[in-house]
Design a protein around this ligand. Sequence first.
Ligand code: CP
Ligand code: NVA
Length: 331
Amino acid sequence: MNLKGRDFLKLLDYTPDEIAYLVDLAADFKKKKKAGILTDKLKGKNVALIFEKTSTRTRCSFEVAAHDLGMGSTYLDPSGSQIGKKESIADTARVLSSMYDGIEYRGFEQSIVEELAEYSDVPVWNGLTNEFHPTQMLADLLTIKEHFGHFDGIKLTYMGDSRYNMANSLMVTCAKMGMHFTACASRDYFPDPELVDTCEEICKTTGGSVRLTEDAMEGTRDVDVIYTDVWVSMGEPDEVWKERIEKLSPYQVNKKIMDNAGEGAIFMHCLPAFHDMKTKIGAEMGKKFGRTEMEVTDEVFESPASLVFQEAENRMHTIKAVMAATLGYED
Ligand code: CP
Ligand code: NVA
């Protein structure tokens, strides 16, 4: 498998075999890291990490993974560069690709990261856009493989806002890997019909499926993975909280939902999560709307079925695999 020079912008651009290869490469990097085996064969290379939105996991994963591979990294924060304000994306791409061997971008529209890649001579990696979060998908797949041993036929239900980056990406991922995807939300939070059509087309060759339902019990019955994400994403105004709480509360992941899922079902979340009042925004919105938990209850979040911290750790190993494969790492 040769992915040298490729961008990593969305999983729609990758074949099931290529995706499976990246997950296996990540598992190998994870094993080596645990065994203390050095993998710093990309010495002399440097990567630029552009973050127009904030991050804990993605930023730390790129920085640690770059360091483990022997590379240097530069973090460009949401306010500290000229990007978008004084300099266009096309000019930024040409400047950065003359100095760096790879560029990560987290920001707003998918079209921005696609344009960055078009004008860049080095691989560009999507660290989250409004539409897609592909590096998160590899971590989720690694976690699913570690737990179930395979992807084929796994039933995954996404609860909540199904029009945004996480649900879009999970729907594509399930379609590609022959898994059964359900989006469980009120109708106005269903995914884009065009993307649903694309995924259904992919399912014809992989054996996966896509289902949309407003019925939380029907959508979660006997499934293997219950997945959710915050009800209000980065970049969205505080004013949307009221409507989200009203519309998405029936899709909160709680004990009743987990009991309704299949025996041995796991809970996943890309994080960060509002499962208690220990965050500034969670406490503020909780107080305003009379709630102590949002998309997932603390009981489920802290339960043995919850694999969220394994999933978070896997961000680093999978991001390492993406950088290594696209920069031509040879074992
Ligand atoms: N899951 C995820 O992307 O987390 P961060 O926003 O902390 O990077
Ligand atoms: N939907 C969330 C995902 C965070 C990892 C957001 O875009 O803020």
